[in-house]
Design a protein around this ligand. Sequence first.
Ligand code: 5GP
Length: 208
Amino acid sequence: MVDDMLLLIISSPSGAGKTTLTRDLLTHFGDLTFSVSHTTRKPRANEIDGNDYHFIDRARFDQLVSAEAFLEWAEVHGNFYGTALSELERARADHKKGLVFDIDYQGARQIKVVRPDAVSVFVLPPSMDALKSRLRSRASDDEATIDRRFRNARAEIGHYGIFDYIVVNDELEEAKLRMRSIVYAERSRRSRMARTAEQLLRQSHKLD
Ligand code: 5GP
């Protein structure tokens, strides 16, 4: 099914700079909105409930799974994460033209099954060394967490094949431009522009 709403999935191994790139897109395109996931992970110091995530416990998460409230959900790094279907409705109610998902490859795969029109982008670090130092510079995580995320990164990168686009976050400003270009290009797809073309045709008939 293709509707007017652009579903933009952004995935990456932790530390590749996906959050910065996602924020830039949301600032640049005022008609995109961020899909706020539910998670059983504990909030980090700077995170706001309802803004970064909906922080819930495992029992509530299981309830939402049973109630089929999620568009997708997965276990990532030992915690549970899910995208509520209500995020799509919220975006529509707010008259947004696109929804940005910061989710892992498992979630990307699930969304693609039910919404093949969704666009997925995989953000990669320029090197594994760069990834390690970016993970270290994130003071909020302890050494064991950093190590686990680094080990998981290799497995995650192995799933690059399911994504439509790959953006290497080497030079940040250039990576931002590449991300923006993907949105511009996807919005220009014939399937998303058919309504506009049909409107022009109707106008031209009226002028006959
Ligand atoms: P973090 O705990 O660092 O915020 O996120 C860890 C990983 O979980 C990231 O790769 C992030 O993209 C992913 N993630 C966040 N929300 C969701 C979600 O709703 N579904 C899935 N499948 N992954 C998510």
